[in-house]
Design a protein around this ligand. Structure first.
Ligand SMILES: Cc1cc2nc3c(=O)[nH]c(=O)nc-3n(C[C@H](O)[C@H](O)[C@H](O)COP(=O)(O)OP(=O)(O)OC[C@H]3O[C@@H](n4cnc5c(N)ncnc54)[C@H](O)[C@@H]3O)c2cc1C
Length: 320
């Protein structure tokens, strides 16, 4: 039985989309079709589908806002599942802190503005991060020195291996710069996260949110499709400290700065370009394809390695 028939037969009330164009959904406007696409409105729908995939040996991919991925031009086989449950609950508060549970499907920027309205501080820098909370936890989203994982005390996870929900305390999430345990085990699907936020005045938090928005608009090419920073900031080295004393105090040096210094700002392959505004961003000028993104990534890595003896690592994730 083909997958379309199999899924339609077992889940007759689900509105699956077959051969659904992922380029439409992706922030970068790149990617082929999903064989089966579904937006789960509840945890139960997601659990039923993921358990079914496991039983039937069907490949599955979780997609958030598709703002940190390079989706293969040939598309994705099996099920592509978007988690669209998106509740935010204030579960407790004391004099210093507000405690929230936020579902994986909530838009990250919306989460930041909702808690800001209630005086929840600490997430302001994440205001312009596109996509949803599940994706932000997966890569441990960062802004300047802030890591989203630092504000989280536990994560609700569905483990597809045994079809069980577990609560992972922060230590088990293995959060570090651009890292989390969820990148190591694809069977771990993030359902929600629990935040402990510093209590502050709503006006003060909202002011910081506005400042973060203004900073992003000034530095990032927000008018073109992209997947944000393509590369992680690499660790600083003795050579880099000598060449760029202005960054000598930093543990990590901005990847965009090195790419610029290597002469690759504005470099173009097909319709993919290293942004003229922020050289760690690649932008899609129209008909960009994943294969061009990959080639341009390799080119930039080679030039930066030759010039500065630095190995750049991708911050984006490949989905194929
Ligand atoms: C203009 C722009 C600005 C950006 N600024 C920042 C920034 O300041 N800081 C930053 O860190 N990033 C930034 N990014 C990158 C990106 O937006 C963030 O990393 C974002 O948090 C990714 O979320 P998403 O929902 O789009 O994830 P997606 O791209 O949909 O997914 C990313 C990965 O997470 C996995 N995943 C998603 N949801 C789940 C889940 N529930 N359970 C398990 N796995 C899951 C996916 O399978 C995929 O491998 C920016 C991107 C753009 C385009």
């Amino acid at each position: 039985m083909n997958l379309e028939k199999l899924f339609s037969k077992h889940f007759p009330s689900f509105n699956f989309l077959f051969n659904y164009s992922l380029a439409k959904k992706s922030y970068f406007k790149i990617g082929g079709q999903a064989e089966i696409f579904y937006s789960a409105k509840t945890r139960q729908e997601a659990m039923d589908l993921l358990s079914f995939c496991k039983e039937q040996g069907v490949k599955f991919t979780i997609l958030g806002g598709a703002s940190n991925v390079i989706i293969a031009d040939g598309g994705l086989s099996g099920l592509v599942l978007s988690l669209d449950f998106a509740e935010l609950k204030l579960i407790e508060e004391n004099e210093q802190e507000l405690f929230y549970q936020a579902d994986a499907g909530i838009k990250t920027s919306y989460l930041v503005s909702r808690v800001a309205n209630q005086g929840g501080g600490g997430l302001e820098g994440f205001i312009g991060v596109p996509g949803v909370l599940g994706g932000a936890i997966y890569n441990n989203a960062h802004y300047l020195k802030d890591l989203i994982g630092d504000k989280i005390y536990q994560v609700e996870v569905f483990d597809v291996k045994n079809s069980e929900i577990h609560i992972f305390p922060r230590e088990k999430c293995e959060f570090a710069y651009e890292q989390s345990v969820f990148q190591k085990d694809k069977n771990l699907v993030i359902f929600s996260a629990f935040f402990a936020l510093k209590k502050s005045s709503p006006d003060k938090v909202k002011e910081e949110v506005r400042a973060a928005i203004a900073k992003r608009e000034l530095t990032q090419p927000l008018h073109l499709p992209s997947c944000g920073c393509v590369f992680q900031n690499p660790p600083n080295t003795d050579l880099l400290r000598k060449l760029f004393p202005q960054f000598a105090h930093l543990d990590f040096i901005p990847a965009g700065f090195l790419i610029d210094q290597a002469g690759m700002k504005g470099a173009r392959l097909g319709d993919i370009q290293v942004s003229e505004k922020h050289a760690a961003f690649f932008v899609n000028l129209g008909q960009g394809q994943a294969k061009d993104v990959k080639k341009l990534i390799e080119k930039v890595k080679t030039v930066v390695l030759e010039k500065f003896n630095v190995i750049l690592k991708e911050e984006v994730f490949y989905l194929s």
